[in-house]
Design a binder for this molecule. Structure first.
Ligand code: PLP
Length: 404
């Protein structure tokens, strides 16, 4: 007998469904502004030159093999990953108060963070997420039995940061709540706090004894500079007195999406001496869930982080990606202004990272898809990386048609 006959069918993930509609569309001029993956000037996936070189080095290495990694992951990767996010001169690293482990990319890191919180954090079970946020933030915490709530972030009227209510929400949340902060290139809005606003946010978190979790999925993608994009996180490490959780992904900034390459770091406050105990617990989580992390992406990323010539090339690749995206933002805004499209479109240029929160309504987005073969998320989020000089005019004209 089918003892699973009662299993209900649920709708598929909206973004992956968007992708499959896009793939089925036979119109030659179709444009994919859906999933957040970088595309080159011809709309094709891009293997970073630094990554290509790293792969060559691995192929030439007589010691290369496909053995299991240790539970904590590939040590050269984990160590270099901690350094790039915390900074070469990080006092937390020097004082050995960072417990780090390799994870299944950013999502796996968030999952591990959720499990760590659920198991060891007794102050609260409520995780505060920005409104709006990356859709997967909700299930990734809820699946472990944590509660989610939201804090104010996006001011829809002014297409800006609602800093006043953001700070109020930090103040009003029960002390010791968990706050997820997008380290840079906020998904979906592309809008980050200014440095002054970050300091206000961090001070409020400190004052209310909240536990901050920095989700860093786009380091180097926002400004093109790794250190700029880690500024808020490093400021947090400097001024906060609580532990800080960091979920780090190399999917986007190294373009190794499907290789599932990431890390989770727990930064402990000054004078802590239980880093080893925390590492041992993280390793036990890994062991029970997937035994040990995938090796290939970690070996590639370790090379681009640590081989000096490859590191220089990677930093150039980050500039290539972030500048191409920026140019497309400017092109789209300028075309909309030329067309005299109703509304103000400056936010497209002011936002950064992979996405633009266009402000297009659900019905306008639907019209773009059915009439113009342009695919973006129903909340109006467009992956700007999908724009290029061959399609930006079609996109601008279609937006113009849809909003009139
Ligand atoms: N966090 C945010 C804010 C993201 O946008 C993403 C990917 O879109 C992730 C985490 C995780 O990505 P991955 O699991 O591919 O590293």
């Amino acid at each position: 007998a089918n003892v699973f006959s009662e299993v209900p069918l649920i709708p598929g993930d909206a973004l992956f469904a968007l992708k499959s509609r896009y793939l089925k569309d036979t119109r030659a001029h179709k444009v994919d502004l859906g999933i957040g993956a970088y595309r080159d000037e011809n709309g094709k996936p891009w293997i970073l030159p630094s990554v290509k070189e790293a792969e060559k080095l691995l192929q030439q290495d007589p010691e290369f093999n496909h053995e299991y990694l240790p539970l904590n992951g590939f040590a050269p990767f984990v160590e270099a990953a901690a350094k790039v996010i915390l900074g070469e001169d990080s006092s937390a690293l020097k004082e050995e108060r960072v417990a780090s482990i390799q994870t299944l990319s950013g999502t796996g890191s968030l999952h591990l963070a959720a499990r760590f919180i659920k198991t060891f954090y007794k102050q609260s079970e409520t995780v505060y997420l920005s409104a709006p946020t990356w859709a997967n933030h909700f299930p990734v915490f809820e699946v472990l039995g944590l509660k989610t709530a939201t804090y104010s972030y996006w001011d829809d009227v002014n297409k800006s940061l609602d800093i006043e209510n953001y700070l109020k929400d930090i103040e009003n949340a029960p002390k010791g709540s968990i706050f997820v902060l997008h380290a840079c290139a906020h998904n979906p809005t592309g809008l980050d706090p200014t440095r002054d606003q970050w300091i206000q946010i961090l001070e409020a978190i400190k004052k209310n004894n909240h536990l901050p979790l920095f989700d860093s999925a786009y380091q180097g993608f926002a400004s093109g500079n790794l250190q700029n994009d880690a500024w808020a996180l490093q400021k947090g490490v400097e001024i906060l007195e609580s532990p800080i959780l960091i979920c780090q992904s190399f999917a986007k900034n190294a373009g190794v999406y499907g290789e599932r390459t990431g890390a989770f770091h727990v930064v402990l406050p000054k004078n802590s001496n239980n880093t080893k105990a925390i590492s041992s617990q993280l390793a036990a989580f890994t062991r029970s869930e997937f035994s040990n992390p995938p090796a290939y992406g970690a070996k590639v990323v370790a090379k681009i982080l640590t081989v000096p010539e490859l590191r220089i090339q990677w930093e150039k690749d980050l500039i290539t990606m972030s500048q191409r995206i920026y140019k497309q933002r400017v092109a789209l805004r300028d075309l909309l202004v030329q067309l005299d499209t109703p509304g103000n479109w400056d936010h497209i240029v002011n936002q950064q990272g992979m996405f633009s929160f266009t402000g297009l309504t659900k019905s306008q987005v639907a019209r773009l898809e059915t009439e113009h073969a342009i695919y973006l998320a129903s909340n109006g989020r467009a992956s700007v990386a999908g724009l290029n000089e061959h399609n930006v005019e079609h996109v601008a004209k279609s937006i113009d048609e849809a909003v009139r």
